[in-house]
Design a binder for this molecule. Structure first.
Ligand SMILES: [Zn+2]
Length: 380
């Protein structure tokens, strides 16, 4: 095993009817004025917004609001929120939504102290401080509620890039899994596919790290079986709760302990796909890219891929397991080929070029532009 650091300072408040605690959480931390960041309005229709604002009012916490964060969140919205935060003067940011809203809040939290927040994504400046971050999660997928990463799209530059910094850990996150009962089915599936991808980014570089590998197998099996159960009954509370917690553990440091930082080629490729077409949901893109990547790289760690085939899919070969995985995604009504997302075939070379703009991707097998294009063709 390699040496590694494990660090996660986020306090998690998990369970039904926990959202109303946010007012006392914020006042307990000494905050009186926050920037509330939300997405496109589902938090208003599912009752979460009312629970949050009632709680803020009863704790005498003032808030200013930035709404309209979309999936594949944009730099322009981050800049709008930073301007608002500076104008009204806030002490903390409160994200209420899914990973896009939380990532926007994280970028705002560091961006209020920077002349140009994008320079942090370009890794041209060092982050030395951030506003305290609090989150209420309404869509389990990215684990942003319990990690130190944020991904933002700079649309004009064609860049969808991430940053990671310990200042980006939320102080407190609240997950009430019951609010996810009303999610559109495809969002449940895409969230689960993103969580599975986060585990697999680490899992396939593994060899002897039995503790983490075994945890990751348990998480993958749990995610798959919970989605199966939710497909039968979307209101199954226990399945919502187990899926939510598994998605958080998929990228809060636990799933990567000892696994050399993971591979992350599939995320790099997917970010380029959804940078090309922002309508592509991150999880949906990953569900297509990952099986193609497995086909291309499995010879570089045969034992671990064979273990995956046996343990997760009860298959003798990785080829059979890949087909079973695609069949499972189809059963969940997801897509398994890029053509189904209306990506034009003649754009694949440009997507590969964009994905490798900063150099090769991956660690299990270093992928240059030509490799990425081949994977995109396998995924087409
Ligand atoms: Zn992801």
């Amino acid at each position: 095993m390699i040496n590694y650091n494990f660090f996660n300072p986020t306090k998690m408040i998990f369970g039904e009817n926990t959202i109303g605690q946010i007012g006392s959480v914020l006042s307990g931390a000494g905050h009186k004025k926050v920037l509330l960041i939300i997405g496109g309005g589902s938090v208003k229709s599912n009752g979460v917004y009312a629970k949050v604002t009632d709680s803020l009012k009863s704790a005498n916490i003032e808030w200013s609001e930035c709404s309209g964060v979309r999936a594949n969140p944009e730099l322009s919205k981050v800049q709008e929120a930073i301007a608002l935060a500076r104008e009204v003067g806030i002490e903390a940011v409160l994200a209420v939504g899914g990973g896009s809203v939380i990532d926007t809040a994280k970028a705002v939290a560091v961006g209020v102290y920077l002349d140009d927040v994008w320079q942090a994504f370009e890794r041209k400046i060092t982050i030395t401080r951030a506003l305290p971050i609090f989150t209420i999660l309404t869509l389990s997928a990215t684990a942003s509620e319990m990690n130190s990463n944020a991904v933002i799209s700079h649309t004009e530059a064609g860049k969808k890039w991430g940053m990671g910094n310990p200042f980006l850990f939320p102080q407190v996150s609240i997950i009430d899994p019951s609010v996810q009962q009303s999610l559109p089915w495809e969002q449940t599936v895409n969230g689960a596919l993103d969580a599975l991808a986060h585990i697999m980014e680490f899992y396939f570089v593994g060899t002897v790290e039995e503790t983490t590998i075994a945890i990751n197998e348990a998480l993958m099996k749990t995610i798959i079986s919970m989605v199966d159960k939710l497909q039968v009954n979307p209101k199954d509370e226990a399945s919502r709760a187990n899926l939510a917690w598994a998605a958080t553990l998929a990228l809060n440091g636990i799933s990567g302990a000892g696994l050399k930082g993971g591979d992350w080629a599939c995320h790099g490729i997917e970010h380029s796909v959804s940078s090309y077409d922002a309508k592509v949901a991150h999880g949906a893109g990953l569900g297509i890219i990952f099986p193609a990547w497995m086909e291309y790289v499995h010879a570089n760690n045969e034992l671990q891929f064979a273990r995956f085939a046996q343990s997760i899919w009860q298959c003798d070969t990785i080829e059979q397991a890949i087909e079973k995985m695609r069949a499972k995604i189809k059963q969940w009504q997801g897509q398994t080929k890029l053509r189904e997302l209306n990506i034009p075939e003649n754009s694949l070379a440009a997507i590969a070029e964009n994905a490798t703009m900063r150099g090769s991707l991956g660690s299990l097998k270093k992928l240059g532009t030509e490799d990425v294009e081949k994977i995109l063709r396998l995924a087409y």
